[in-house]
Design a protein around this ligand. Structure first.
Ligand code: SAM
Length: 233
């Protein structure tokens, strides 16, 4: 997207809370130090080869949007040692939790963005990502709020621009209306092909899946998660 056509609002798709409980001094210090080290500078142009964002040599790059407290992101980083990860989370307390962990165990394969993911998506070079995770995005269950959902034509266009051909978009949710919404939106978008293997397969977790904090709560409350995978064609 040409810079003059980029939306100027920094919170185009972010309607949640920025802050929760006050951070303890140690958490606040880890947040400041972690943002200094890991935060992407969107005021500078991205590298032509996105792998150059990382201190370590990596073979591919994944993005997790709205990582919450970062448990899934950390588990995936451990499971994929040759991959660079970009984690996005505008909720300060979530970012502080992740950066608290990497303060104790630094990573040369991590970068973060602490604002609306749409800003990052517009900054990334075309065809630069291998994988996007959108796991339990804010569900906005009331119909009058559906337009706030992260999945929609504009953000699928963004995903289509930044994913490599053959790249993958994974979407998990426990809210049936959001699962249907996403299936319909991706079906209407010619860049995405649903990778459903068999009927009911969408309730089978992804390979190596370790869950997320939000998912554990949803299951405790009796809701059944769905795991959708779309390939960028
Ligand atoms: C329901 S929580 C799920 C968190 C985590 N993925 C999990 O499953 O435990 C949704 C998260 O998405 C984040 N979020 C909402 N809108 C966002 C946006 N536009 N860009 C990036 N993150 C966003 C919220 O701050 C929140 O932490």
């Amino acid at each position: 997207m040409a810079p003059e056509n980029r939306p100027s609002r920094s919170t185009e798709a972010f309607f949640g809370r920025r802050r929760g409980k006050s951070l303890r001094p140690q958490q606040a210090a880890a947040l400041t130090a972690g943002l200094d080290r890991y935060r992407l500078d969107l005021a500078s142009p991205p590298p032509a080869d996105l792998r150059d964002l990382f201190e370590a040599e990596v073979s591919c790059v994944r993005l997790e949007i709205g990582f919450g407290a970062g448990e899934h992101l950390l588990a995936e980083m451990e499971a994929h040692p040759g991959t660079g990860f970009i984690g996005v989370e505008p909720f300060v307390n979530g970012m502080a939790r992740l950066l608290g962990v990497v303060e104790r165990q630094p990573s040369a394969r991590l970068r973060v963005h602490d604002d609306d993911a749409t800003r990052l998506l517009d900054w990334l070079p075309a065809a630069s990502l291998d994988h996007i995770d959108l796991l339990y995005p804010d569900p906005w269950p009331k119909k009058k709020h559906w337009k706030r959902r992260f999945v929609g034509k504009a953000n699928l266009d963004r995903f289509a621009r930044v994913l490599k051909p053959g790249g993958v978009f994974c979407f998990a949710s426990d809210i049936d209306s959001y699962v249907n919404w996403t299936l319909l939106a991706c079906r209407a978008h010619d860049a995405f092909e649903w990778q459903a293997k068999d009927a009911g397969g969408w309730h089978r977790p992804y390979a190596g899946w370790q869950g997320t904090r939000y998912e554990a709560k949803a299951i405790r409350e009796g809701r059944r998660p769905a795991y959708l995978t779309f390939r960028h064609v």
